[in-house]
Design a protein around this ligand. Structure first.
Ligand SMILES: Nc1ncnc2c1ncn2[C@@H]1O[C@H](COP(=O)(O)OP(=O)(O)O)[C@@H](O)[C@H]1O
Ligand SMILES: [Mg+2]
Length: 149
């Protein structure tokens, strides 16, 4: 089974979980269908700026071109392991694919090119808009209850 099918199977498992528990977490999406209009630049600068202000910030690369992933040296943009795709598929938790960065308060989730095919087929699931929310809720629970040792 390929990375896309694994990811879609994971999404099918996650999608029915409808939740509003991410409310306290502020989510900013930088989206535009047009390429080259500054999405990656804005997302990276915004995340770095928020982290600099002292806010714990998680930058998630959801672009199959994985440009930010390569800018940060966080992956080759080709390998699905250790990326958002692995979290969608359930191979890893979102927490397991979060990387620290050189910046205090700024963490990062890399992307991979297979996300393009996953993105095309993810709409097969009725509740697909909740998939990322579900993953975020899980890491929020983890950060609320850090290990005590
Ligand atoms: N405010 C800006 N002024 C000038 N050039 C910019 C600005 N924002 C981004 N760029 C440049 O425009 C190009 C495309 O930006 P990028 O963030 O990669 O776009 P996208 O992610 O939408 O494809 C890059 O070369 C980037 O350095
Ligand atoms: Mg980009």
């Amino acid at each position: 089974m390929g990375a896309t099918d694994r990811a879609l199977r994971g999404c099918a498992r996650l999608a029915p979980v409808v939740t509003n528990r991410t409310r306290a977490m502020k989510v900013v999406a930088v989206i535009n269908a047009k390429g080259g209009c500054g999405k990656s630049t804005i997302a990276t600068g915004l995340a770095a700026g928020l982290a600099r202000k002292g806010l714990r910030t998680l930058l998630i690369d959801m672009d199959p071109q994985a440009q930010v992933t390569q800018w940060l040296g966080a992956g080759d943009g080709l390998t699905a392991a250790g990326t958002l795709v692995a979290a969608f598929s359930g191979v890893s938790t979102l927490g397991e694919v979060i990387q620290s960065t050189a910046f205090e308060n700024l963490s990062f989730v890399p992307s991979a090119e297979v996300l393009e095919e996953v993105g095309r087929r993810i709409t097969e699931f009725e509740d697909y808009p909740t998939i990322l929310a579900h993953l975020l809720v899980a890491i929020k629970r983890l950060t609320r209850c850090p290990p005590t040792d």
